[in-house]
Design a protein around this ligand. Sequence first.
Ligand code: ZN
Length: 305
Amino acid sequence: MEFKKNIKRFTLYAISTILTLGILVLTVLGFISIGTKPGKGHGIFRKSLPISSQVDLSPPKGTPLFNMSRPHIGDVPYGQAIFSCANPGQVALTFDDGPYFWTSQIVGLLDDLNIKATFFVTGNNLDINRRIDQDQEYQYLLRRMRLNGHQIASHSWTHRHLEDIGREGRFQEMVYNEMALRTATGAPPSYMRPPYGEWRDADEMRDLGALGYHVIMYNLDTKDYKHDTEHDIDVSIGRFNDALREDGRGSYIVLAHDVHKWTALKLVPAMVNTLLSRGYKAVTVGECLNDDEFNWYRDPFDVEH
Ligand SMILES: [Zn+2]
């Protein structure tokens, strides 16, 4: 009788131990998969990002650039939204939210054809759990992109709604990204695009002007973030082909995102094919606004202490 009781007790003990261990293992695996999960798919950049305890919001290392000189040089306006290129026959392909896994593929394709594009970089992209200041591979990629003639611009540090976070928040979002981009490419940019392509009032534009930024919007939206599957991306290709004047006399700033697979694999090759076949020249945003390349970046050593 005692023996049977012991067996029963042992069995219960064994079952509960196995269950506890199982739950522990599943919990640990769950955490690991959350920590390394790549982008959750299209459309994620349209929402406000939840700030959870797993997100690293510490500032990037390096010289604080809050007191960097921000002169308004050249003829392109500062602190007001710009939607199109200055010259007919030019297409400025622009990519937001990266760099990410697909960026090098896009850059490789463009470089093979000697085509220049503009990349609006989010330094600490919470959605894909990637900080450029802590990732040497992405720093190297950004440096190579700049050396190869692509324009590196800012899309804020953590992709928050700039109109919701006040002046101090806006300055932080822009300056932290400058610090990270300075580390990556050698110089902070003077061109930016607000996250979500949104701004609400004159205050925000005034702040961006005070920070010495050209604010770049777009007049051709591929909406690629909504169509990131092999077949659905044809909708974005169609939007591009329909919008681009066939006589080669239009002038476009095109919005796409280098964080999406089918943008890299299908949309970019299709856009390049269409624009070249219709006689357009693909240029950076700076070139499409007739701005000298010297003005696309700031002097990172011109900092008051
Ligand atoms: Zn964005």
